[in-house]
Design a protein around this ligand. Sequence first.
Ligand code: ATP
Ligand code: MG
Length: 263
Amino acid sequence: MREVIAIANQKGGVGKTTTAVNLAASLAKEDRRVLLIDADPQANATTSLGFSRNEYEFNIFHVMIGAKKLSQIILKSEVENLYLAPSNIGLVGIEKEYYKKGEKRELMLKEALKETEEEYDYVIIDSPPTLGPMTINALSAAHSVIIPIQCEFFALEGLAQLLNTIRLIRKTINPSLKIKGFLPTMFSRQNNLSKQVLADLTHHFNDQLFKDKETQAYIVIPRNVKLAESPSFGKPVIEYDKNSTSSLAYQTLAKIILDSAYG
Ligand code: ATP
Ligand code: MG
Protein backbone atom coordinates (compact mmCIF):
# COMPACT_ATOMS: atom_id res chain seq x y z
CA MET A 1 0.00 0.00 0.00
CA ARG A 2 1.51 3.26 -1.04
CA GLU A 3 -0.59 5.79 0.77
CA VAL A 4 -3.70 6.04 2.91
CA ILE A 5 -5.38 9.43 2.51
CA ALA A 6 -8.26 10.56 4.71
CA ILE A 7 -10.63 13.23 3.43
CA ALA A 8 -11.85 15.06 6.50
CA ASN A 9 -13.64 18.15 7.76
CA GLN A 10 -16.29 17.95 10.46
CA LYS A 11 -18.19 20.72 8.72
CA GLY A 12 -21.07 19.26 6.71
CA GLY A 13 -21.53 19.54 2.96
CA VAL A 14 -18.10 20.93 2.10
CA GLY A 15 -17.26 18.42 -0.63
CA LYS A 16 -15.63 15.54 1.30
CA THR A 17 -17.51 12.75 -0.44
CA THR A 18 -17.28 14.44 -3.83
CA THR A 19 -13.52 14.74 -3.35
CA ALA A 20 -13.08 11.20 -2.04
CA VAL A 21 -15.04 9.62 -4.91
CA ASN A 22 -13.55 11.73 -7.68
CA LEU A 23 -9.97 11.68 -6.46
CA ALA A 24 -10.24 7.89 -6.05
CA ALA A 25 -11.67 7.49 -9.57
CA SER A 26 -9.06 9.81 -11.09
CA LEU A 27 -6.25 7.83 -9.44
CA ALA A 28 -7.80 4.58 -10.70
CA LYS A 29 -7.88 6.03 -14.21
CA GLU A 30 -4.13 6.58 -13.85
CA ASP A 31 -3.83 2.79 -13.50
CA ARG A 32 -3.42 2.72 -9.76
CA ARG A 33 -5.36 0.21 -7.70
CA VAL A 34 -7.54 2.24 -5.39
CA LEU A 35 -9.73 1.30 -2.44
CA LEU A 36 -12.34 3.87 -1.42
CA ILE A 37 -13.55 3.42 2.13
CA ASP A 38 -16.95 4.83 2.94
CA ALA A 39 -16.59 5.74 6.63
CA ASP A 40 -19.86 7.69 6.85
CA PRO A 41 -23.23 6.18 7.86
CA GLN A 42 -24.85 8.50 5.29
CA ALA A 43 -23.19 6.18 2.73
CA ASN A 44 -22.97 8.89 0.08
CA ALA A 45 -19.73 7.51 -1.35
CA THR A 46 -21.40 4.09 -1.68
CA THR A 47 -24.39 5.46 -3.59
CA SER A 48 -22.20 7.83 -5.64
CA LEU A 49 -20.57 4.76 -7.18
CA GLY A 50 -23.96 3.29 -8.04
CA PHE A 51 -24.26 0.82 -5.15
CA SER A 52 -27.37 0.56 -3.05
CA ARG A 53 -27.01 1.31 0.65
CA ASN A 54 -29.13 -1.61 1.75
CA GLU A 55 -28.23 -4.27 -0.75
CA TYR A 56 -25.24 -5.64 1.14
CA GLU A 57 -25.52 -7.54 4.36
CA PHE A 58 -22.04 -6.61 5.51
CA ASN A 59 -20.28 -3.29 5.39
CA ILE A 60 -17.52 -1.29 7.03
CA PHE A 61 -19.32 -1.46 10.40
CA HIS A 62 -18.80 -5.22 10.51
CA VAL A 63 -15.14 -4.75 9.69
CA MET A 64 -14.74 -2.16 12.43
CA ILE A 65 -16.17 -4.48 15.05
CA GLY A 66 -14.09 -7.41 13.81
CA ALA A 67 -17.00 -9.52 12.56
CA LYS A 68 -15.74 -9.48 8.93
CA LYS A 69 -12.44 -8.96 7.22
CA LEU A 70 -12.09 -5.96 4.96
CA SER A 71 -11.54 -8.25 1.96
CA GLN A 72 -14.94 -9.86 2.65
CA ILE A 73 -16.92 -6.67 2.12
CA ILE A 74 -15.02 -5.04 -0.75
CA LEU A 75 -17.01 -4.43 -3.93
CA LYS A 76 -15.59 -3.95 -7.41
CA SER A 77 -16.88 -0.73 -8.93
CA GLU A 78 -17.63 -0.13 -12.59
CA VAL A 79 -14.45 1.91 -12.87
CA GLU A 80 -11.50 -0.35 -13.54
CA ASN A 81 -9.05 -0.49 -10.60
CA LEU A 82 -11.52 1.17 -8.24
CA TYR A 83 -12.85 -0.82 -5.28
CA LEU A 84 -15.26 0.18 -2.52
CA ALA A 85 -15.68 -0.74 1.12
CA PRO A 86 -19.37 0.20 1.47
CA SER A 87 -21.24 1.69 4.38
CA ASN A 88 -24.82 2.06 5.47
CA ILE A 89 -26.80 3.62 8.27
CA GLY A 90 -25.90 0.71 10.57
CA LEU A 91 -22.51 2.37 10.99
CA VAL A 92 -24.06 4.74 13.55
CA GLY A 93 -23.71 1.75 15.89
CA ILE A 94 -19.96 2.35 15.97
CA GLU A 95 -20.40 5.07 18.62
CA LYS A 96 -21.60 2.53 21.16
CA GLU A 97 -18.96 -0.04 20.24
CA TYR A 98 -16.24 2.58 20.41
CA TYR A 99 -16.99 3.72 23.92
CA LYS A 100 -17.38 0.12 25.05
CA LYS A 101 -14.06 -0.92 23.60
CA GLY A 102 -11.59 1.28 25.44
CA GLU A 103 -8.05 0.33 24.48
CA LYS A 104 -6.99 0.45 20.80
CA ARG A 105 -10.36 1.71 19.71
CA GLU A 106 -8.72 4.41 17.55
CA LEU A 107 -6.83 1.73 15.63
CA MET A 108 -9.68 -0.51 14.51
CA LEU A 109 -9.54 0.73 10.91
CA LYS A 110 -5.76 0.69 10.75
CA GLU A 111 -5.76 -2.94 11.91
CA ALA A 112 -8.38 -3.84 9.31
CA LEU A 113 -6.32 -2.24 6.53
CA LYS A 114 -3.25 -4.37 7.24
CA GLU A 115 -4.73 -7.35 5.50
CA THR A 116 -5.04 -5.53 2.17
CA GLU A 117 -1.74 -3.67 2.36
CA GLU A 118 -0.22 -5.33 -0.68
CA GLU A 119 -3.26 -4.94 -2.86
CA TYR A 120 -3.81 -1.24 -3.29
CA ASP A 121 -1.68 1.72 -4.27
CA TYR A 122 -4.05 4.14 -2.59
CA VAL A 123 -6.69 3.93 0.08
CA ILE A 124 -8.99 6.96 0.19
CA ILE A 125 -11.23 7.34 3.25
CA ASP A 126 -14.40 9.44 3.10
CA SER A 127 -15.07 10.69 6.65
CA PRO A 128 -18.38 11.78 8.16
CA PRO A 129 -19.11 15.38 9.24
CA THR A 130 -18.14 14.79 12.87
CA LEU A 131 -14.97 14.40 14.90
CA GLY A 132 -16.34 11.10 16.23
CA PRO A 133 -15.01 7.53 16.13
CA MET A 134 -14.86 7.11 12.34
CA THR A 135 -12.98 10.35 11.72
CA ILE A 136 -10.59 9.55 14.56
CA ASN A 137 -10.06 6.08 13.10
CA ALA A 138 -9.55 7.54 9.62
CA LEU A 139 -6.95 10.04 10.86
CA SER A 140 -5.24 7.33 12.89
CA ALA A 141 -4.97 4.98 9.90
CA ALA A 142 -3.92 7.64 7.38
CA HIS A 143 -0.53 8.79 6.19
CA SER A 144 -2.08 12.09 5.24
CA VAL A 145 -5.28 14.09 5.21
CA ILE A 146 -6.88 16.32 2.59
CA ILE A 147 -9.16 19.00 4.02
CA PRO A 148 -11.82 20.27 1.61
CA ILE A 149 -12.89 23.83 2.32
CA GLN A 150 -16.10 25.10 0.79
CA CYS A 151 -15.65 28.58 -0.70
CA GLU A 152 -18.60 30.05 1.16
CA PHE A 153 -19.24 32.22 4.18
CA PHE A 154 -18.04 30.57 7.43
CA ALA A 155 -15.62 28.45 5.40
CA LEU A 156 -12.91 28.51 8.03
CA GLU A 157 -15.25 28.14 10.99
CA GLY A 158 -14.48 25.00 12.94
CA LEU A 159 -11.14 24.56 11.21
CA ALA A 160 -9.22 25.28 14.43
CA GLN A 161 -11.03 22.38 16.07
CA LEU A 162 -10.08 20.04 13.22
CA LEU A 163 -6.46 21.18 13.32
CA ASN A 164 -6.40 20.62 17.09
CA THR A 165 -7.73 17.12 16.61
CA ILE A 166 -5.02 16.46 14.03
CA ARG A 167 -2.39 17.76 16.46
CA LEU A 168 -3.71 15.55 19.22
CA ILE A 169 -3.70 12.48 16.99
CA ARG A 170 -0.12 13.25 15.98
CA LYS A 171 0.88 13.52 19.62
CA THR A 172 -0.73 10.27 20.61
CA ILE A 173 -1.46 7.66 17.98
CA ASN A 174 -0.15 8.74 14.60
CA PRO A 175 2.95 10.97 14.83
CA SER A 176 3.63 10.95 11.08
CA LEU A 177 0.16 12.12 9.99
CA LYS A 178 0.61 14.89 7.41
CA ILE A 179 -1.74 17.49 6.07
CA LYS A 180 -1.55 16.71 2.39
CA GLY A 181 -3.35 19.91 1.58
CA PHE A 182 -6.37 22.16 1.90
CA LEU A 183 -8.64 21.93 -1.10
CA PRO A 184 -10.95 24.86 -1.88
CA THR A 185 -14.20 23.43 -3.26
CA MET A 186 -17.27 24.87 -5.01
CA PHE A 187 -15.20 27.82 -6.18
CA SER A 188 -16.94 30.36 -8.44
CA ARG A 189 -14.77 32.79 -10.29
CA GLN A 190 -17.56 35.33 -10.57
CA ASN A 191 -18.22 35.25 -6.86
CA ASN A 192 -16.37 37.69 -4.61
CA LEU A 193 -16.93 35.50 -1.57
CA SER A 194 -15.13 32.61 -3.28
CA LYS A 195 -12.19 34.89 -4.01
CA GLN A 196 -12.17 36.12 -0.43
CA VAL A 197 -12.11 32.57 0.97
CA LEU A 198 -9.26 31.65 -1.36
CA ALA A 199 -7.39 34.80 -0.30
CA ASP A 200 -7.89 33.88 3.39
CA LEU A 201 -6.66 30.35 2.73
CA THR A 202 -3.57 31.50 0.88
CA HIS A 203 -2.86 33.95 3.68
CA HIS A 204 -3.05 31.31 6.42
CA PHE A 205 -2.02 28.13 4.66
CA ASN A 206 -0.15 29.09 1.53
CA ASP A 207 2.28 26.17 1.65
CA GLN A 208 -0.48 23.72 2.22
CA LEU A 209 -2.62 24.52 -0.79
CA PHE A 210 -2.20 22.29 -3.82
CA LYS A 211 -0.46 23.99 -6.73
CA ASP A 212 -0.10 23.16 -10.39
CA LYS A 213 3.50 22.15 -10.99
CA GLU A 214 3.92 24.16 -14.15
CA THR A 215 1.78 27.24 -13.66
CA GLN A 216 2.00 27.35 -9.83
CA ALA A 217 -1.72 28.20 -9.90
CA TYR A 218 -3.68 27.08 -6.84
CA ILE A 219 -5.79 24.00 -7.43
CA VAL A 220 -9.43 24.74 -6.69
CA ILE A 221 -12.47 22.64 -7.48
CA PRO A 222 -14.88 24.83 -9.42
CA ARG A 223 -18.57 24.83 -8.70
CA ASN A 224 -19.88 22.69 -11.53
CA VAL A 225 -23.27 21.16 -12.10
CA LYS A 226 -21.80 18.03 -13.74
CA LEU A 227 -20.16 17.18 -10.45
CA ALA A 228 -23.42 17.53 -8.56
CA GLU A 229 -25.29 15.46 -11.18
CA SER A 230 -22.89 12.56 -11.57
CA PRO A 231 -23.76 10.74 -8.28
CA SER A 232 -27.36 10.37 -9.42
CA PHE A 233 -26.02 8.32 -12.34
CA GLY A 234 -23.85 6.28 -9.97
CA LYS A 235 -20.72 7.53 -11.68
CA PRO A 236 -17.70 9.61 -10.82
CA VAL A 237 -17.54 12.76 -12.95
CA ILE A 238 -14.61 11.38 -14.98
CA GLU A 239 -17.04 8.75 -16.35
CA TYR A 240 -19.96 11.15 -16.65
CA ASP A 241 -18.29 14.16 -18.28
CA LYS A 242 -14.56 13.68 -18.52
CA ASN A 243 -13.76 17.14 -19.82
CA SER A 244 -15.96 19.16 -17.49
CA THR A 245 -14.11 21.78 -15.42
CA SER A 246 -14.56 19.81 -12.20
CA SER A 247 -13.41 16.54 -13.75
CA LEU A 248 -10.26 18.22 -15.07
CA ALA A 249 -9.61 19.71 -11.63
CA TYR A 250 -9.80 16.29 -9.94
CA GLN A 251 -7.58 14.80 -12.65
CA THR A 252 -4.98 17.50 -11.95
CA LEU A 253 -5.24 16.85 -8.22
CA ALA A 254 -4.70 13.12 -8.83
CA LYS A 255 -1.56 13.86 -10.83
CA ILE A 256 -0.23 16.06 -8.02
CA ILE A 257 -0.88 13.23 -5.55
CA LEU A 258 0.95 10.80 -7.83
CA ASP A 259 3.91 13.17 -8.06
CA SER A 260 4.14 13.80 -4.35
CA ALA A 261 5.99 10.70 -3.24
CA TYR A 262 4.95 10.07 0.30
CA GLY A 263 7.46 9.42 3.02
P1 ATP B 1 -21.32 15.57 4.38
O1 ATP B 1 -20.66 16.43 5.41
O2 ATP B 1 -22.80 15.53 4.51
O3 ATP B 1 -20.70 14.22 4.27
P2 ATP B 1 -19.69 16.34 2.18
O4 ATP B 1 -18.68 17.19 2.85
O5 ATP B 1 -19.30 14.95 1.88
O6 ATP B 1 -21.06 16.34 2.97
P3 ATP B 1 -20.54 16.47 -0.53
O7 ATP B 1 -21.62 15.48 -0.31
O8 ATP B 1 -19.36 16.04 -1.30
O9 ATP B 1 -20.11 17.11 0.83
O10 ATP B 1 -21.11 17.78 -1.25
C1 ATP B 1 -22.28 18.44 -0.76
C2 ATP B 1 -23.19 18.77 -1.94
O11 ATP B 1 -22.54 19.70 -2.80
C3 ATP B 1 -23.52 17.58 -2.79
O12 ATP B 1 -24.83 17.71 -3.26
C4 ATP B 1 -22.54 17.67 -3.96
O13 ATP B 1 -23.03 17.08 -5.13
C5 ATP B 1 -22.40 19.18 -4.11
N1 ATP B 1 -21.08 19.55 -4.58
C6 ATP B 1 -19.89 19.22 -4.06
N2 ATP B 1 -18.88 19.79 -4.73
C7 ATP B 1 -19.45 20.50 -5.73
C8 ATP B 1 -18.94 21.33 -6.80
N3 ATP B 1 -17.62 21.55 -6.94
N4 ATP B 1 -19.82 21.89 -7.64
C9 ATP B 1 -21.15 21.69 -7.50
N5 ATP B 1 -21.68 20.94 -6.52
C10 ATP B 1 -20.86 20.35 -5.65
MG1 MG C 1 -20.00 13.18 2.73
